[in-house]
Ligand binder design. Structure first.
Ligand SMILES: Cc1cc2nc3c(=O)[nH]c(=O)nc-3n(C[C@H](O)[C@H](O)[C@H](O)COP(=O)(O)OP(=O)(O)OC[C@H]3O[C@@H](n4cnc5c(N)ncnc54)[C@H](O)[C@@H]3O)c2cc1C
Length: 513
């Protein structure tokens, strides 16, 4: 996609001449309201959202050319709704994005279709899958279409701290010159490899597996316009369309590294271990994709949010919080966070009082919890359940999960509503997770419970608890289930009306599911 910078460049020139004084030093009084580090999914969406609110926004992005990555290609319908709330839904137009209406699951030659519950939404509401880079360029284009948003290419090297308060950043400009940018609020959205997060949170990054990405051509998915998950051995394989003629395949490889690409070990692994488990309709294109050599590996990181509230700064996106990408929830969480933050900051006429602003921003970390933690927990738990294991109890849990989702009705609607981000409610997550475990236990007791079966069933239940409780604990049980009981929730200058709206949304959604 061609990115139009001409107009933005002219505005930038006007801006620079307005805000820099004669001796080349920035006039602090004219510093920006918000400085955003990174123009990925979050940075670009936030720049547009805050720009629309009339804030002066400066975005510094390391590379403004179209990214070519295997991340962020399937946006769940819940994420699409957030795009609509932000006025960014046209960013999935004209990029050959494909609508996604649900998932198909494959296990041991059996398959089941799980549609998204879209009946009560507008006709355009569905998932979207696309080339990540094209989407990013549309978001950047949209942000820089606002006269008060300035996108600059540069690499941020450090945060500028004075007396415990973040005042801006040091960065290298496009020409390699050292420079400084000041703002009343610095939002760090520099993604999963973030160098800047260390002073703003306690990062505990886990790498449970890697994805190996390939692009398949000249084939059709067994279920068009659906995400496909194959419950393979040792771990899942995903397929989804990224354009009208390309299908993305992501092969999960457990562990922190993948077999060597250079000496052909990875190609050998894909052909001998993975290919036999690929649906027949996709097999030949899968082999061709391996032979073309365009195979990209990427580590799957997960990191619970553990912020250190710091005056003048905020972390957002993957720099702040990550989950396994199996369920494609990252962009939905990110866009949901942008909506929460925009609404939170709306009543503030300016950001001059940094310590008060910091206390207000603490409520951001609580308000976002129910949605973000539900999507995070589902991703972590589902990944563990979907991985093959020699343990009979884990095998039963995996089979029970496939069969439970195949039952249809509430048994598939509830879980897919969670995964799609249309109803990301913590209680619904826990209920369905344990319903799967109880279903698995009950099946084991049929036709007669033997001591062996009772033992396996008990291990299944304790295994299920062992999967979900550590994730819930890391996410923060109180903030996730009872955010209203956390004092920080009330720190923001939210209007009574907004609090009421959030509260009734929560209650209504719990009732309807
Ligand atoms: C393999 C994989 C597949 C995934 N698939 C999906 C999916 O299908 N659906 C989904 O919703 N999520 C998916 N995710 C997660 C999703 O990609 C992320 O949650 C999302 O991209 C986070 O957006 P971000 O803006 O925080 O980071 P990014 O989109 O990574 O953006 C960070 C930006 O910061 C810039 N930057 C970095 N350092 C600096 C610096 N020092 N100075 C200036 N700029 C800097 C980078 O150039 C980049 O543009 C996937 C993740 C992985 C690993």
């Amino acid at each position: 996609m061609e990115f139009q910078y001409k107009e933005a460049k002219q505005r930038r020139l006007n801006w620079v001449s307005e805000t820099w004084n004669g001796d080349g030093h920035r006039d602090i009084a004219a510093s920006d309201d918000v400085l955003i580090v990174g123009a990925g999914v979050v940075g670009s969406a936030l720049a547009y959202a805050l720009g629309k609110e009339g804030r002066r926004v400066h975005v510094i992005e390391r590379d403004l050319s179209e990214p070519d990555r295997i991340v962020g290609e399937l946006l769940q319908p819940g994420g699409y709704l957030k795009l609509v709330e932000l006025g960014l839904e046209d960013c999935v137009k004209d990029i050959d994005a494909q609508q996604v209406f649900g998932y198909a699951l494959f296990k041991d030659g059996k398959k089941t279709r799980i549609p998204y519950p879209l009946e009560n939404f507008r006709s355009d509401v569905a998932g979207r899958s696309f080339h990540h880079g094209r989407f990013i360029q549309r978001l950047r284009e949209k942000a820089s279409s606002l006269s008060n948003v300035r996108l600059e290419q540069g690499t941020v090297t450090s945060l500028l701290e004075e007396n415990g308060m973040i005042k801006g950043v040091n960065y290298k400009t496009r020409n390699g010159e050292e420079s400084t940018a000041y703002a009343l609020l610095t939002v760090v959205c520099d993604g999963c490899y973030s160098n800047l997060r260390r002073s703003l949170c306690n990062p505990k990054v886990d790498v449970p597996s890697c994805f190996v990405g390939l692009v398949l051509e000249n084939c059709r998915l067994p279920f068009e316009n659906h995400g496909h998950v194959v419950l393979a051995d040792p771990s899942p394989i995903l397929f989804y369309p990224i354009s009208s003629h390309e299908i993305r395949c992501l092969v999960d490889v457990p562990g922190q590294t993948v077999p060597s690409i250079a000496n052909g070990e990875l190609a050998q692994y894909l052909k001998t271990v993975v290919a036999p488990q690929v649906p027949p309709e996709l097999h030949d294109s899968f082999i061709t994709a391996i032979d073309t050599g365009n195979v990209k590996p990427m580590a799957n990181r997960s990191m619970p949010a553990d912020p250190c509230p710091t005056p003048g700064a905020l972390l957002l996106g993957d720099a702040f919080n990550m989950r396994h990408p199996l369920t494609g929830g990252g962009m939905t969480v990110a866009l949901s966070d942008v909506v929460v933050l925009r609404d939170l900051l709306r009543p503030l006429s300016d950001f001059n009082d940094a310590s008060t602003l910091c206390r207000y921003l603490e409520s951001f970390y609580t308000i976002r919890k129910p949605v973000a933690s539900t999507i995070n927990t589902l991703a972590g738990a589902l990944y563990k359940v979907f991985c093959a294991s020699p343990d009979p109890a884990r095998k039963e849990m995996r089979q029970a999960c496939f069969d439970y989702l195949s039952l249809g009705g509430i048994f598939s609607l509830g879980p897919i509503a969670l995964l799609s981000g249309l109803n990301p409610r913590p209680l619904s997550l826990v209920l369905h997770f344990f319903a799967v475990a109880v279903y698995g236990f009950w099946r084991l007791m049929l036709p007669f419970p033997s001591p062996d079966r009772i033992y396996t069933g008990a291990r299944l239940i304790s295994g299920a608890s062992g999967i979900i409780f550590p994730i819930l604990k890391a996410e923060g049980i109180r903030e996730m289930f009872f955010p209203f009981s956390v004092p920080a929730y009330y720190r923001a200058p939210l209007s009574r009306q907004t609090i009421q709206k959030n509260r009734s949304k929560h209650v209504l959604a719990e009732k309807s599911h």
